[in-house]
Design a protein around this ligand. Structure first.
Ligand code: NDP
Ligand code: PYC
Length: 335
């Protein structure tokens, strides 16, 4: 194991994306996003994803030079056609308009379609909470999750990311899949030879299994929390696909692009100015009151605590990386 500085990792990843056809602007956004996940110890969406990005870029499934089209469609509604590009550049293109609308209307919906999301969601919501806003992001992915009581996959692993400002200028964030486990973590379990916890997935015959290979090769994941998580996965399909004009997870068909891994679907982002419900200080004081009760009840760890602690440590000491992985990244950067 060696360690790499965050900026050096961003620069290396930027070279990989550019070497595989991305525009400079897209490469910069994806490199920061992926390096940020590795910096935060978010293993399922950090460097582990680079081979998947490269394989997808080589397949011609995504346009890494896409220029998103942002449309102003209402007092508090921005619509974005990501033009078969990645979601994060589309969100970046929509952000100035969305923030102007939040300032005017107190809230804004950003509906992104024809977009590829292959990353964690917290980078999509954290910057807004850092500006004093409440942010909720919903994304659908590819059909690998069986609806409750069903026998074949319909939903994606459909993550949701939520962030809110805190009184000390920090933020409270949670970000999770609506499947019992993120698909990336199932792939990591297979690679590392770990069994899955019971209740994670089923095999090709619909039988419960703890074998990651059985889930990945013809089987499927279950939603977290039985019918309740299944309902949330359904809601996310509606918000991220029906509302935005993106594809449902079950509509993603990459069969003409062998090697493609990034689902082309949609994202719905809802931004709210909490000061409109009173004052920002009043809102954050209420958030702190809730957190104090959670701690008093025995919850030591808040969502986001582990990531923020890892971030602080890796920014100080560098991001751990194996010599083998670093060599692989250097090789990919040559194109
Ligand atoms: P986890 O189950 O690892 O974590 C979910 C949330 O719970 C995090 O905010 C985490 O905080 C928090 N948390 C974890 N353990 C505890 C605990 N003991 N006490 C309190 N809070 C806790 O997330 P998932 O595996 O479900 O998802 C991983 C990532 O995969 C997410 O970033 C998600 O966006 C991404 N994903 C992306 C998809 C896509 O289509 N792009 C699809 C599915 C998932 P902390 O971060 O600090 O650990
Ligand atoms: O980990 O479930 C996942 C996932 C799907 C798309 C990107 N990540």
């Amino acid at each position: 194991m060696t360690r790499i500085d965050f900026d050096a990792l961003v620069a290396l990843l930027r070279r990989i994306f550019v070497a595989h056809g991305a525009s400079a602007a897209v490469a910069e956004i994806l490199a920061r996003n992926c390096a940020g996940a590795e910096r935060d110890g978010a293993a399922s969406h950090g460097l582990f994803r680079i081979d998947g990005y490269v394989s997808t870029l080589q397949s011609g499934w995504v346009d890494p030079r896409a220029v998103p089209v942002v449309e102003d469609v209402g007092a508090a509604f921005v619509r974005v056609d990501a033009a078969n590009g990645f979601t994060q550049p589309a969100l970046a293109a929509a952000t100035p308009r969305a923030l102007a609308k939040v300032r005017e209307a107190g809230c804004c919906v950003v509906a992104i379609r024809r977009s590829h999301h292959f990353a964690a969601l917290w980078p999509d919501v954290e910057p807004f909470a850092e500006q004093g806003l409440v942010a909720l992001a919903l994304v659908n992915s590819m059909a690998v999750v069986v609806p409750h009581g069903g026998s074949r996959p319909v939903y994606g692993t459909n993550p949701m990311g939520f962030a809110a400002p805190r009184a000390d200028g920090g933020i409270l964030v949670f970000d999770q899949a609506s499947s019992a486990m993120a698909h990336g973590d199932v792939q990591i379990a297979r690679r590392e030879g770990h069994a899955l916890p019971p209740g994670t997935g089923v095999d090709a015959d619909g039988r419960p299994t703890t074998d990651p290979a059985a889930v990945l090769d013809g089987g499927a994941l279950l939603a977290f929390g039985g019918h309740k998580g299944s309902g949330i996965a359904m809601m996310i399909e509606i918000m991220a696909a029906a509302l935005t004009g993106g594809q449902f997870s079950f509509e993603v068909d990459w069969s003409a692009h062998p090697g493609a891994q990034t689902p082309c679907t949609g994202q719905c982002l809802i931004l709210i100015d909490p000061a409109r419900g009173g004052t920002l200080a009043g809102f954050t004081a209420r958030v702190e009151r809730l957190i104090a009760q959670m701690h008093a009840a025995g919850q030591d760890r808040l969502p986001g605590d582990r990531r923020f602690a890892t971030r602080a440590q890796t920014l100080r000491e560098g991001i751990p990386i194996s010599a083998e992985r670093l060599a692989r990244l250097e090789e990919l950067a040559l194109g």
